[in-house]
Design a protein around this ligand. Structure first.
Ligand code: SF4
Length: 412
């Protein structure tokens, strides 16, 4: 069998909402990350990057052989266009590997100002057919993130009809509307989704109030926690990697620039392993049971296959509140001070005796126990608190950026 190089493989494209998330994405095996500056992207609340930070991020990613795509995927207003022009000049100087855009005005400006940077059409442009894809190709776009509402067969037909790179979401939250074409957030919070300020009211809990009885709320009780009318379930295409690749998808995108590093590490690592396993023996691709277990340990709204298989049951919202993760991330490894002495950034309370899992880039998580804790002043303690740093005694060797999650408390 011919060996498959990294360049022949489908690209794993991961969210990087800030510098820490970028480091995590690279550590856990992303081929490329998408991020944005402080303005002009659809995730204005995810921290994002100053220009200097973006420059550092690009250097860091390139040193690891990964790519960086910068999102400018708002639908711009007239008064924003001048600032976008200036921003594109700045981006030209730091040369990201792609610009993600949806608005034809932004695409046109990017072509004129930074012609050497490839343009990737955002899912916000809702490309739903082959003719639209060819239109964008003729407009100089090199990659299209196809609409999330398409079936796999439709995506395959688009891929065969043009020589564009086809990118598709494989994991993460979905919109209840055509991706981003939604005014709920504008109406309810004056935060326009297409200006990057969606406050996600589709996830809120709703009740009914009869007009003449203000303040009396009639619950629409799907379960004891209420009803979440518009709460889309999360996409997960782990089982279908061979079909996605055979249908010409070039890049697998994971949603979630605003989500935690625990989410990022777990999803990126799982898809990394799955993609690599597929290329080792495409005809024998199967799911390792711990991949599914890993994805169930992060907060999720139940997984579904979205619109890929034209199955209406998959796209029903989850009418209950989402399950929080029962296994909180407790620490990020900063360095190792001895074979089993690990200096960490504490994110949740840690107690001596806690049963934990260490999430590493490769392989199943490793179970361990906190054998001892030394606080930032060098004092032996029983508890480390969030927001502090501590040295933990463990049995397992760790690497910087490995994460730890609590599986059971010492006192339970
Ligand atoms: S409110 Fe929900 S459906 Fe609407 S744009 Fe925001 S995330 Fe999407």
């Amino acid at each position: 069998m011919m060996s498959v190089t990294a360049n022949d493989k489908v690209e794993l494209l991961a969210p990087a909402g800030n510098m820490e998330k970028l480091e995590i994405a690279l550590h856990y095996g992303a081929d490329a990350v998408y991020l944005s500056g402080k303005d002009f992207s659809l995730r204005n609340f995810s921290g994002n990057f100053t220009l200097e930070e973006m420059r550092t991020a690009i250097d860091l990613a390139h040193a690891r052989g990964a790519k960086v795509y910068v999102a400018i995927n708002i639908f711009a207003r007239n008064e924003e266009l001048q600032r976008i022009q200036r921003y594109l000049h700045e981006l030209k100087a730091i040369t990201p590997d792609g610009i993600i855009a949806a608005d034809p005005a932004v695409i046109d400006l990017a072509h004129r100002i930074a012609p050497s940077i490839p343009i990737h059409l955002s899912t916000q442009a809702n490309t739903t057919n082959a003719a639209a894809a060819r239109f964008w190709q003729q407009s100089g776009v090199q990659r299209v993130n196809v609409a999330r509402e398409l079936t796999l067969a439709e995506i395959g037909a688009i891929a065969r009809s043009c020589s564009l790179q086809i990118e598709a979401f494989v994991h993460g939250a979905m919109c209840i509307s055509y991706s981003g074409r939604c005014l709920l957030s504008n109406f309810m919070a004056r935060r326009p989704a297409n200006q990057g300020m969606c406050c996600q009211p589709c996830r809120f809990q709703y009740t009914v109030m009869e007009e003449t009885r203000p303040g009396q709320f009639f619950p629409l009780a799907e379960d004891e926690r209420g009803t979440y009318l518009f709460n889309s379930r999360d996409l997960c295409m782990l089982d279908h990697i061979p079909a996605l690749i055979k249908n010409g998808i070039h890049a697998f995108k994971i949603e979630g620039r605003m989500k935690s590093i625990h989410y990022a590490a777990t999803t990126i690592k799982t898809y990394r392993e799955a993609i690599d396993r597929y290329y080792e023996a495409p005809e024998r691709y199967d799911i390792l049971p711990y991949w599914r277990e890993e994805l169930s340990k992060i907060a999720n709204r139940d997984y579904c296959t979205g619109f890929y298989f034209d199955d209406p049951t998959q796209t029903l919202p989850l009418y209950q509140s989402p399950e929080p993760s029962h296994f909180p991330m407790i620490a990020k490894v900063l360095s190792t001070t001895g074979p089993t002495h690990v200096y960490v950034d504490v994110r949740n309370q840690i107690r001596t005796g806690d049963t934990i899992e260490i999430v590493r880039p490769k392989g199943p998580p490793v179970e361990d126990t906190i054998l001892g804790i030394i606080d930032g002043n060098g004092k032996k303690v029983d508890v480390a608190h969030p927001g502090t740093r501590a040295t933990l005694g463990l049995r397992t060797d760790c690497q910087p950026l490995d994460l730890m999650r609590r599986m059971a408390c010492a006192n339970h």
